[in-house]
Design a binder for this molecule. Structure first.
Ligand code: ADP
Length: 362
């Protein structure tokens, strides 16, 4: 594992009695694409703006390449920044926009010219060099903003929801571009989004923010397979959450009962839960099996089929538990479908205990 390049240590920021972020710590490796993912108001931008120097933390520190960053004036930090709204200078050509950070740094004209060409080629906009920003589409303007932010080879590029003003198709196109640009330049990126799909598509690792804290950091796959909390399980991918009263717990396994009295075993036991506690069982829709209940003897959770949706590659079943909770089941369309599974039918749901997670949160 490569050593941390950007170290965010115990950052806290308060506004009067509002705690914007608390105890935010994170190590980012050189060249990593790190995304801050979380709902609105969870503290993503505050953390990013402290790194950028737009805000000062109440407590905590940030190290870049081992050196304290917060004592460096914002304009001396050499950190690139791209915002949600394209912030190009409207009266400068595309080429001059990209040249701007180099002019501010008094770089020689020959270097500026070469760099502008190189950056515009990187974002595939060489032919637009002499146009004005207003003559470009939103997506093109955002690519110019990326070229400008990278023009002076900043060690870190900060991006605050840079694609959220674009429509879905364009957003997906630029996500691909961004991945390529990241690979070609090797720049370390901190990227803020509230869109889990975008985070999964772009990131090497994702830091999941909730209520001013980081709940978990990991690759998309890690977060999906091993969510550390109910919040993460609900934010990354879809989940069913079923109420369970714990009846016994031992190494990595728990037993419990559902509200209808059905006993179950579940895996990955949360050590803070003991017999008698109420917990929440998480099961992903694609990890459940559904079969028709023909003779009333099949083991598993009895349910009633409420709705069936054909999704092309999968079938989605909405089923109701005996305590009238609706849960989602997703079966691959390639699997042969049981003709007994019609709307209104009685059915049985099963799963493997090892695929479930038990959380203390209700
Ligand atoms: P996010 O980027 O995840 O949407 P923010 O970092 O913008 O979240 O905000 C985190 C919390 O801090 C929110 O509760 C927000 O209302 C609060 N906050 C942010 N900026 C200010 C400010 N200037 N004054 C007061 N509260 C603020």
């Amino acid at each position: 594992m490569t050593a941390a390049f950007l170290q965010i240590q115990r950052l806290r920021k308060t506004y009067d009695d509002v705690v914007a972020i608390d105890s935010v710590s994170l190590d980012v490796r050189k060249g990593e694409f790190m995304t801050f993912l979380g709902p609105s108001g969870s503290g993503k931008s505050t953390t990013l703006y402290i790194v950028a120097g737009f805000q000062e933390p109440t407590e905590g520190r940030v190290l870049l390449d081992g050196k304290p960053l917060l004592s460096v004036a914002p304009n001396k930090r050499n950190i690139g920044m791209v915002f949600q709204r394209y912030t190009l200078f409207p009266h400068l050509t595309v080429g001059e926009n990209v040249a701007f950070p180099l002019r501010v740094r008094h770089r020689p004209e020959s270097e500026i010219k070469a760099k502008v060409e190189k950056m515009l080629a990187l974002v595939h906009l060489s032919e637009c060099r002499d146009r004005m920003p207003a003559q470009l589409s939103g997506g093109q303007q955002q690519r110019v903003a990326i070229a400008r932010a990278l023009a002076y080879d900043p060690p870190v590029l900060l991006m605050d929801e840079p694609l959220s003003a674009l429509d879905k198709k364009l957003r997906e196109e630029i996500q691909l571009e961004l991945r390529r640009i990241h690979q070609e330049t090797g720049v370390t990126i901190l990227y803020v989004t509230h869109d889990q799909e975008e985070a999964l598509r772009l990131s090497d690792r994702i830091a999941v923010f909730n209520k001013g804290r980081i709940e978990q950091v990991g690759s998309g796959e890690e977060l999906y397979a091993n969510p550390a909390s109910r919040f993460v399980a609900g934010f990354i991918g879809n989940s069913n959450f079923l109420p369970v009263r714990v009846t016994a717990s031992r190494d990595g396994l728990a037993n419990g009962v559902f509200p209808n009295g059905l006993a179950l075993a579940c895996g990955n036991f949360n050590p803070s839960l003991a017999a008698g506690d109420d917990g929440t069982l998480m099961i992903r829709p694609e990890q459940m099996r559904l079969s028709a209940q023909r003779d009333g003897t099949a083991a598993g959770l009895p349910v009633t089929v409420r709705d069936i949706t054909y999704l092309g590659d999968a079938m989605h079943y909405a089923v109701a538990t005996p305590w009238a909770q609706e849960i989602s089941i997703r079966l691959p369309a390639a699997q042969r479908h049981d003709s007994g599974l019609a709307v209104g039918a009685q059915a049985v749901v099963e799963w493997d205990a090892g695929d479930t997670r038990l959380f203390a949160q209700p």
